[in-house]
Design a protein around this ligand. Structure first.
Ligand SMILES: [Zn+2]
Length: 547
């Protein structure tokens, strides 16, 4: 006897993500998996009419989206901090902080993230004295810039860390100082940690609550799977993994989570004998995360040629390598020995070249290729001759199309004509590289439809009349959706059970309020894609969100 479905979705426009059968109308779910996918007629004829049916009313249904690069732990905790994304100027930023201080009296730390002075009317960096005006001399405060690679601290925080009277040289970081040698409050890269280490860690309960809220928020965006990323030299990894595991035990982890392991924890991983993909259908260990360089916005991306000087006085600045290539090479070898794929953050074209060379050496040394492919995170600037190398070396290109929209003006400023080598979505796709897309939240906007717009339009929604930026790299909607679904699932090693809509796979999907295929076919004029709403999200066969 045929097993009966628990729910049949009918009358839809279903994009399955399966190349052989990309479109369907109906989908039958039993328990947590997909039983059948086909036309209304086919599916209706197999199952008796007593099985419950869910009318999609012609709406577009797609596989549950993956966010292939997200700092979900930080993003979720950040939901409870001061939100500074989208501030229009310094006064706006200070106003938001002040409002938050009013809600939380006392002298506890004030923290937040998301400011980006390049979007301000008067684009100057905030100063510790600006913060002091509203926090006073006692209450410490630290606010991360949107790229998380720099931050501003107030005087109280600098005092707590002992940085007001002596500003030490920091390896892999920088403390900005004024003419008198006093810190301005701006900290770059690893210098931020000197302050951050003084902030009390959130309790387990606080973390669990934040993650549960975070999961509910991403369901509203159709997201059902994530690759959780580590930050450089932060001790968040074990805390995040433990929290995910707690939720999983309580069956509250309504998300597929592939969890990265920071490279500095390699010795622990070796000692325990754990390996990649260990876990279950909800939580698994992912890649070993290594950082090659900084970011474009902070001019710390490692470049083949110097950044354009513009208004800066750093004339021969080619950025910086954050992990010496020798060390990356030895971490690659160690990871390979214990069966872990590696994921390397590389933004600048030189950082990407260094990584590709090291992956090539690893392969030449006879190391067994990992079951789950290695990946490069961001791949933001890539020289022509390096584009085909990712496919050749079977390395996933993990990109965040939202960065195109946020960074295009900065890139024009810092790179000029070399922008032709930035965010090479089409070139990488045509070369045959596996693409996996994500948001990089909280560094960028989490909404996947903002990223989808970025990949297929390459222009900010409010100035579509300018046409696409570097139009040769525009990606089709189908390619883009693949990178947000099956591509990301493949990159995480979950493609056998998720990422597309096919009998036997887990029933992870979402229903959209509009047909973005039609919108793209007609030509996107503004925010039609960005403002897409998710009407329903199903995870593991259960409707976890309905608008
Ligand atoms: Zn990131």
């Amino acid at each position: 006897m045929l097993s009966e479905p628990s729910l049949i979705l009918i009358n839809g426009k279903i994009w399955t993500g399966e190349p052989k059968k990309p479109w369907a109308e109906a989908l039958a779910v039993q328990g947590n998996h997909i039983l059948a996918v086909g036309s209304d007629k086919e599916v209706n004829s197999i199952y008796p009419s007593r099985c419950p049916r869910y009318d999609l009313k012609g709406r577009l249904c797609i596989p549950g989206l993956w966010d292939a690069h997200i700092h979900f732990y930080y993003w979720s905790l950040g939901l409870k901090q001061v939100q500074l994304a989208g501030c229009t100027d310094l006064e706006d930023m200070l106003g938001r902080i002040e409002a938050n201080l009013g809600e939380h009296k006392g002298n506890a730390w004030s923290t937040g993230w998301g400011w980006n002075e390049t979007f301000w009317k008067n684009p100057t960096l905030p100063h510790r004295r600006d913060l002091d005006r509203i926090t006073g001399p006692e209450r410490p405060a630290l606010f991360y810039r949107s790229d998380m690679h720099s931050a501003v601290a107030n005087t109280a925080a600098l005092n707590l860390a002992g940085l007001m009277n002596s500003s030490p040289e920091v390896e892999g970081g920088k403390i900005d100082v004024d003419e008198e040698g006093r810190p301005t409050g701006i900290l770059r890269e690893l210098a931020i940690n000197l302050i951050r280490d003084h902030i009390p860690a959130p309790t387990g309960q606080h973390t669990d609550d934040a993650l549960v809220d975070g999961i509910q928020e991403v369901h509203k965006l159709g997201i059902t799977g994530i690759c959780e990323q580590r930050m450089k030299d932060q001790e968040d990894g074990p805390k995040a993994l433990a929290a995910f595991a707690r939720l999983n035990r309580r069956r509250q982890l309504n998300l597929r989570v592939s969890c990265n392991v920071a490279a500095h924890n390699l010795p622990l991983v070796e000692a325990l004998g754990v390996t990649s993909a260990m876990g279950d259908d909800y939580l698994r260990l992912g890649h070993i995360k290594i950082f090659a360089d900084g970011t474009l916005g902070s001019r710390t991306a490692y470049m083949l040629e110097p950044f354009l000087p513009g208004d800066f006085d750093d004339h021969d600045n080619r950025g910086m390598i954050l992990t010496p290539p020798d060390q990356i090479a030895s971490e690659l070898r160690r990871a390979a020995e214990i069966g872990f794929p590696v994921s390397i953050h590389a933004i600048g074209d030189r950082a990407n070249r260094v990584c590709l060379d090291l992956f090539e050496e690893l392969r030449a040394s006879g190391a067994e290729p990992p079951v789950i492919p290695h990946r490069i995170e961001h791949v933001q600037i890539l020289a022509d001759e390096d584009v085909p190398r990712l496919a050749q070396l079977e390395i996933t290109a993990s990109l965040q199309p939202a960065h195109i929209l946020d960074d295009m003006d900065t890139a024009d400023h810092y790179l000029g004509p070399r922008c032709a080598t930035a965010y090479r979505l089409k070139g990488l796709s045509e070369s045959g590289a596996l693409l996996a897309f994500g948001s990089d939240a909280p560094v960028a906007e989490i909404n996947p439809f903002y990223g989808i717009h970025g990949a297929v339009c390459r222009q900010r929604p409010d100035r579509m009349n300018r046409g696409a930026w570097q139009p040769q790299e525009v990606l089709s909607l189908e390619e883009t959706l693949r990178a947000y679904t099956i591509g990301a699932a493949e990159a995480a090693g979950w493609a056998r059970s998720t990422g597309s809509l096919k009998p036997g796979k887990k029933a992870d999907l979402c229903v959209l309020d509009r047909d973005i295929f039609d919108i793209v076919a007609e030509g996107v004029k503004g925010d039609e894609i960005v403002s897409t709403k998710v009407d329903m999200t199903m995870f593991d066969g259960e409707i976890v969100y309905e608008r």
